[in-house]
Ligand binder design. Structure first.
Ligand SMILES: CC(=O)N[C@H]1[C@@H](OP(=O)(O)OP(=O)(O)OC[C@H]2O[C@@H](n3ccc(=O)[nH]c3=O)[C@H](O)[C@@H]2O)O[C@H](CO)[C@@H](O)[C@@H]1O
Ligand SMILES: C=C(OP(=O)(O)O)C(=O)O
Length: 432
């Protein structure tokens, strides 16, 4: 298994280009199942999770053409044409779903288009149990019959799904996406109240509108969808990744460097930027994106609580914890979305970070210095938080189990090395 070797201590300086958002792309790709025409997605990131979703869609009968790297509004990224002319298979098998939980996003579209779907239940993962009960209850409200059998969700509906008034008891990003896609082809009006407002949902809703869906309230907590009998093809560009942006913003801050994040959407970064500025990081919008810099010794501890958008994202919690580990003073980081998202703590502690976890909160006391160590990555954002800590640490760090990182970060070592980081990938079997 590949590992990453980092020798820390260099302030990072330069530019990093931000790619398309993994979590937007993973919702946009299954939307192709809603029409027999072609959905062309540009600014698609080159990530393992995207390949997994492409493999899943291919076995449902989707044909795909990848049109290489294309310039797209200043961003780089690939264009993928997805055509679900005929859906030959409505089963999403365990082997693909277990690799990536977002696979469950084929459920709503398959049910709406084909009247049936058999989707493996995604299991829990390192960050929590992550049930999909709210997705299923909402689809049942829309007239679907749902049974669980042999680890599979078996869903069917006679005729079309029916519009319904859905009130999510808890904000769910995936649940909102599944129901939103299903509702576009349902009979009548669906209201989704307490809908998630993440920019990735706005991206999905705008793409669905480009495909002929009728959706009101985009970007708000109440989505109103008038179902239509069919959708058509469209061309759509994936929104830049706000979590990748935030991660590299922390790379600039933690190394007390200066990086311009080209292609970043400044307007989507409000909660993250507010925290960065509160702890003394300089953040400014530039014509090409945003610039993040920090001076030596300047960062102070701040308290953070993760919340649904527009609050501080759980997907940035581990990265901020790495930064707080190098800050002056203490900070309290409270995780409210997932019950087990502090898996990075013991590994950061091995690098000299001073962190105590009490239930859903972690108290971080800034350490005078972090030191390089062998560490193990447990999930995607935990992995990158260890890379960030390593960039600031004295000496050498080896991050093991790098495959988590490749799920969500494109060419991470190349992007960081271009800003002066001493970082290399040790290929499976290579000497340390
Ligand atoms: C591919 C993708 O976009 N992943 C993101 C998505 O995950 P995902 O869509 O899985 O996250 P949700 O917003 O659904 O989960 C939020 C919370 O609700 C709970 N829940 C959710 C659904 C359900 O039916 N029942 C239930 O109890 C979950 O266990 C979790 O505690 O949003 C998360 C929250 O911003 C992000 O961290 C993930 O990166
Ligand atoms: C938790 C994440 O992804 P997923 O929902 O695919 O596990 C993430 O992107 O941080």
């Amino acid at each position: 298994m590949d590992r990453i070797r980092i020798v820390g201590g260099t302030p990072l300086k330069g530019t990093i280009t931000i790619g398309g958002a993994k979590n937007a792309a993973l919702a946009l790709m299954p939307a192709c199942l809603l029409t027999e025409e072609t959905l062309a997605l540009s600014n698609l990131p080159h990530l393992v999770d995207i390949t997994t979703m492409a493999n899943l869609l291919a076995q449902h009968g989707v044909t795909m053409a990848l049109n290489g790297h294309a310039a797209n509004g200043g961003h780089t990224g690939r264009v993928l044409e997805l055509t679900a002319a005929a859906i030959g298979n409505t089963t999403a098998p365990y082997d693909l779903v277990r690799k990536m939980r977002a696979s469950v996003l084929v459920l709503g579209p398959l049910l709406a288009r084909c009247g049936e779907a058999r989707v493996s239940l995604p299991g829990g993962c390192a960050i929590g149990t992550r049930p999909v009960d709210l997705h299923l209850k909402a689809l049942e409200q829309m007239g679907a019959r749902i049974e669980l059998d042999g680890g599979y969700i078996i869903a069917s509906v006679e005729g079309r799904l029916k519009g319904a008034h859905i009130i999510f008891p808890q904000i769910t990003v995936g649940g909102t996406e599944n129901v939103l896609m299903a509702a576009t082809l349902a009979e009548g009006e669906t209201v989704i109240a307490n809908a998630a407002r993440e920019p990735e949902i706005t991206d999905l809703a705008e793409c669905l509108v480009a495909m002929g869906a009728r959706i009101e309230g985009i970007g708000t907590g109440t989505l109103k969808v008038q179902g239509v009998p069919r959708l058509h093809g469209a061309e759509y560009s994936v929104v830049p990744d706000r979590i990748e942006t935030g991660t590299y913003a922390v790379a600039a801050a933690i190394t007390r460097g200066d990086i311009e994040l080209v292609g970043a959407r400044f307007d989507l970064m409000e909660s993250v930027n507010k925290v960065l500025m509160e702890c003394g990081v300089h953040v400014e919008e530039t014509p090409r994106g945003m610039r993040v810099s920090a001076d030596k010794g300047e960062i102070t501890g701040v308290d953070i609580m993760t919340e649904p958008y527009p609050g501080f994202p759980t997907d940035m919690q581990a990265q901020l914890m790495a930064l707080m580990s190098t800050a002056r003073g203490a900070s309290m980081i409270t995780e409210t979305i997932f019950e087990n998202r502090f898996m990075h703590v013991p590994e950061m502690t091995r690098m000299g970070a001073r962190i105590n976890v009490h239930g859903s909160s972690a108290i971080v006391r800034g350490a005078p210095k972090l030191s390089g160590a062998q560490v193990m990555a447990t999930d995607l954002r935990a992995s990158v938080s260890l890379v960030l800590a390593a960039l600031a640490a004295e000496g050498e760090t080896i991050v093991n189990r790098v495959y988590h990182l490749d799920r969500g970060y494109e060419r991470v070592e190349e992007k960081l090395a271009a800003c002066g980081a001493k970082i290399e990938r040790l290929k499976d079997g290579a000497a340390e």
